[in-house]
Design a binder for this molecule. Structure first.
Ligand SMILES: Cc1cc2nc3c(=O)[nH]c(=O)nc-3n(C[C@H](O)[C@H](O)[C@H](O)COP(=O)(O)O)c2cc1C
Length: 185
């Protein structure tokens, strides 16, 4: 049966390297896996649990719906000042008490022009997702250093070792998605 993955970029730049990585992923995914890129985290209000206005919460609730419907999630993020981009952290903060990540098979990627591969933002991302109950299987997390040398002129990943890593990451995530959900009685 086909499965749907929701991809979320931590960058809202028009020519983002991280968004390019996510756009490349469909090429490396099995035939029955569909990857949809979610665009719109920049439309959310600043996180404030006091907000109850339905119109203001609409983009957040649409995002929550899409997360609930997805069989798995892939997040790819840059790092700013050794941390997660504020726009991504803000989006994740909106999910802390609504539970969309509970037991959700999730893969994490970070990409940076620097040799560090945005490792500090990546570590923070994993910490935040884990506290929300995401299932991040071993092998479904990847840091990509020197990303600008690994994209072609059209923004597609063209570095073979990175392609292999991304293919393995998707395979691992799909394997987790195919595991039966176990409930504790
Ligand atoms: C103000 C600022 C701070 C940055 N801080 C970091 C950093 O701490 N670590 C890092 O790896 N890259 C850092 N960068 C470089 C970004 O990784 C780079 O701009 C990257 O291309 C952004 O990701 P994107 O292409 O997906 O938008 C910084 C860039 C700016 C403009």
């Amino acid at each position: 049966m086909s499965k749907n993955l929701l991809a979320i970029s931590g960058s809202i730049r028009a020519h983002s390297a991280n968004t390019s990585v996510l756009k490349s992923l469909q090429t490396f995914a099995p035939e029955d896996i569909y990857i949809h890129l979610y665009e719109g985290i920049d439309q959310f209000p600043h996180f404030n649990p006091d907000i109850t206005d339905v119109a203001q919460l609409k983009p957040v609730n649409d995002f929550r719906d899409q997360l609930r419907k997805a069989d798995g999630i892939i997040i790819c993020t840059p790092e700013y000042a050794f941390g997660l981009p504020g726009v991504l952290k803000n989006a994740l903060d909106w999910l802390v008490s609504s539970g969309e990540f509970t037991d959700k098979p999730t893969a994490t990627i970070s990409a940076s022009p620097l040799v560090t591969g945005a490792d500090k933002a990546h570590a923070q991302l994993i910490q935040t997702l884990k506290v929300m109950g995401a299932k991040i299987p071993a092998g479904a997390s990847l840091t990509i250093p020197t990303i600008l040398k690994k994209l072609d002129d059209h923004g597609r990943v063209n570095d073979q070792s990175t392609i292999d890593d991304l293919t393995d990451l998707i395979d691992t995530l799909v394997e987790q998605m195919n595991q039966p959900v176990s409930y504790e009685l």
